[in-house]
Design a protein around this ligand. Structure first.
Ligand SMILES: [Zn+2]
Length: 291
C-alpha cells in the first residue's frame, strides 16, 4: 500500500520538473540582427550582438558554413537562381571555457521574378566557332578559379561603394535572349558611361585576376574582399592594377571601355558571395549612392 504523498515530496517533484524544463545552458543576451530581408540574388549583413567577450563564432545558412568576424559581422547571400521558401540561419557562440549557445532563425524567402531582355549581337559573337569557343572556355575557367579562392582579410567590413557613375543600362537577373536563344541570366549590373570614365574599387581588397582581352568580358579584374565576397569589373578600356595588389576602397583600377562582347562602352559589375551571384546594388552602403 502506497503512503500518501506528503506536501514536501510533492514540492520536490515540482522542483524536479522545473529543472527538467530549464534550457540546458543559460542563454546570454546575444541576438541576431539582419540589415534586411534575404531574397534570391540578395546579400544582407548579419550582426551578432551582445555575445560574451572572446567568444568563438560560427554560422550556417541552410547547413552551409559561413565565417563571422570576431566583432560578430558576416555577409549572408542567396544565389539569384535559388528559390527556397525559407532558409535556416544558425549561429553557434562558444564563450571561452563555456558551453556553446545556439541561436536559430528561420528566414522566409519571397519569390523573385526577373525581367526578360532581348539582345541582338553579331552572329560570330553568339555562335562561337571552335577556336573562339575553346579560348572563351579557358577564360571562363580562369575567372571561375578565382571564385573558389578564399581570402581571410575582411575588406568588406567598411561597407561598399559604387565603382563608377553613369546610366544603369542593364539590370541584375534579367533572363537574356541573345539573337533569339535563351542564355544565362545577367549576373551583374551594367553602368554605361563614356570610354575613359574612371572605375574604382567597391571595398578594400586584393586583386586576384587581371585578365587581358577576354572573349566575353574583355579586360577583366576580379577583387577579393574577404569571407568569399568578390567583385568583378568587365569590358575595361584600361587596367591600372596588378594581380596580388591590396587596394583601399575607392582606388582607381581602370577605365570604362567596350572590350570583349559589348555593344557600347559600359562597366559590367558583378558580385559573388561564396559563389552566390547577388545584385551588386544590394550591398550595404550602396543604397546611399556615393556619387
Ligand atoms: Zn553586364
Amino acid at each position: 500500500m502506497n503512503a500518501p504523498r506528503t506536501l514536501r515530496s510533492r514540492l520536490w517533484i515540482l522542483i524536479g520538473w522545473m529543472v527538467l524544463l530549464l534550457p540546458p545552458t543559460a542563454a546570454s543576451a546575444a541576438s541576431l540582427k539582419l540589415s534586411g530581408g534575404l531574397q534570391p540574388g540578395m546579400a544582407v549583413l548579419l550582426h551578432v550582438t551582445d555575445f560574451p567577450a572572446g567568444s568563438r563564432l560560427s554560422g550556417t545558412l541552410d547547413r552551409e558554413a559561413f565565417p563571422i568576424t570576431p566583432q560578430g559581422e558576416a555577409i549572408l547571400a542567396l544565389d539569384m537562381e535559388r528559390q527556397p521558401q525559407s532558409v535556416q540561419l544558425q549561429v553557434v557562440i562558444t564563450p571561452p571555457g563555456g558551453k556553446p549557445e545556439i541561436l536559430t532563425r528561420t528566414l522566409p524567402v519571397p519569390k523573385r521574378q526577373y525581367k526578360e531582355e532581348r539582345i541582338e549581337l553579331p552572329k560570330k559573337k553568339v555562335d562561337l566557332d571552335q577556336p573562339d569557343m575553346s579560348r572563351a572556355n579557358q577564360e571562363t575557367e580562369a575567372i571561375a578559379a578565382t571564385y573558389r579562392l578564399r581570402d581571410g582579410r575582411t575588406g568588406f567590413e567598411k561597407g561598399f561603394r559604387q565603382p563608377a557613375s553613369g546610366r544603369f543600362s542593364g539590370v541584375f537577373g534579367s533572363r537574356r535572349i541573345l539573337n533569339g536563344q535563351p542564355r544565362k541570366p545577367h549576373n551583374g549590373v551594367d553602368i554605361a558611361a563614356p570610354s575613359g570614365t574612371p572605375v574604382t574599387t567597391i571595398a578594400p581588397g586584393t586583386v586576384v585576376l587581371a585578365g587581358r582581352d577576354y572573349f566575353f568580358t574583355g579586360n577583366t579584374l576580379v577583387i577579393h574582399h574577404g569571407h568569399g565576397v568578390i567583385s568583378l569589373y568587365a569590358h575595361l578600356e584600361r587596367m591600372q592594377v596588378r594581380e596580388g595588389e591590396w587596394l583601399e576602397a575607392g582606388t582607381p583600377i581602370g577605365t570604362i571601355g567596350m572590350t570583349g562582347r559589348a555593344t557600347g562602352p559600359h562597366l559590367h559589375w558583378g558580385v559573388l558571395v561564396r559563389g552566390a551571384r547577388v545584385d551588386p546594388m544590394a550591398l550595404p552602403g550602396i543604397r546611399q549612392k556615393a556619387d
